[in-house]
Design a binder for this molecule. Structure first.
Ligand SMILES: Nc1ncnc2c1ncn2[C@@H]1O[C@H](COP(=O)(O)OP(=O)(O)O)[C@@H](O)[C@H]1O
Ligand SMILES: O=C(O)C1=C[C@@H](OP(=O)(O)O)[C@@H](O)[C@H](O)C1
Ligand SMILES: [Mg+2]
Length: 205
């Protein structure tokens, strides 16, 4: 089938930014993280929240997502992006497959041990955000993968398998993955666990 956009949604620190980039690399597709695009165009996310407020950030985010879906094949969103009704419409109407990454509180605790997300100062903040958003994440999701205590390679393997089951990959991508699984070619996920340094800066300043 023709290429459809793959969009990653889910709670903060579920792994959307990092997994999205690895997934795109495995499929040889163009990747964007909308928080990164926002930072490049408007400066640090924390500063936007502090100086302009959350509503202004959400407006910037909405337009960034709309644009990103026209330019990139794999797009990781920020955790709160899907609470915007226009973004929800976009994801429901566009030819998009929505990958929902989940993570349990026990697993996320060590991932949010930093001061990089303006809406999250504690694990309780994270739990409250997720509780308020869970129904929306689930309603929009085409597929869900839990990332708790699971290495990136496993997470990406699961996503690829589910994308294949949902006929969301091109014939060439399916053939490549199947050949890789049979061991006839270099494994498609060969560099999934590659240079860890390329993941620096996933989190927002
Ligand atoms: N499967 C995983 N196992 C362990 N740590 C992970 C996993 N996926 C992501 N992380 C780490 O969790 C943190 C948040 O990941 P990130 O991709 O920025 O999440 P998100 O974009 O969903 O907020 C980063 O430090 C990242 O390295
Ligand atoms: O949950 C949220 O509202 C936010 C999540 C962040 O992205 P990640 O989910 O990638 O951390 C970022 O967009 C901003 O700090 C707001
Ligand atoms: Mg992110």
């Amino acid at each position: 089938m023709a290429r459809v956009n793959i969009v990653l949604i889910g709670p903060p620190a579920a792994g959307k930014s990092r997994s999205g980039r690895r997934l795109a690399r495995a499929l040889d597709r163009r990747f964007a993280d909308t928080d990164k695009l926002i930072q490049a165009a408007h400066g640090p996310i924390r500063t936007i929240f502090e100086e302009q407020g959350e509503a202004a950030f959400r407006a910037i985010e909405r337009e960034t997502i709309r644009h990103a879906l026209t330019q990139f094949d794999v797009v990781s969103l920020g955790g709160g992006a899907v609470m915007d009704p226009a973004t929800q419409e976009l994801l429901l109407q566009a030819p998009v497959i929505v990958v929902h990454l989940t993570v349990r509180p026990e697993a996320v605790a060590e991932r949010i041990d930093n001061d990089k997300r303006p809406l999250i100062k504690s694990l309780d903040d994270w739990k409250a955000l997720v509780e308020a958003r869970r129904d929306t994440y689930e309603r929009l999701a085409s597929i869900s993968v839990d990332t708790s205590f699971r290495p990136m390679r496993r997470v990406i393997d699961d996503i690829l398998e589910l994308l294949e089951q949902h006929s969301a990959l091109t014939e060439a991508e399916v053939e490549h993955l199947q050949a890789a699984r049979r061991g006839r070619t270099q494994h498609a996920l060969h560099d999934i666990d590659g240079d860890e340094h390329d993941d620096e800066g996933d989190d927002q300043p």
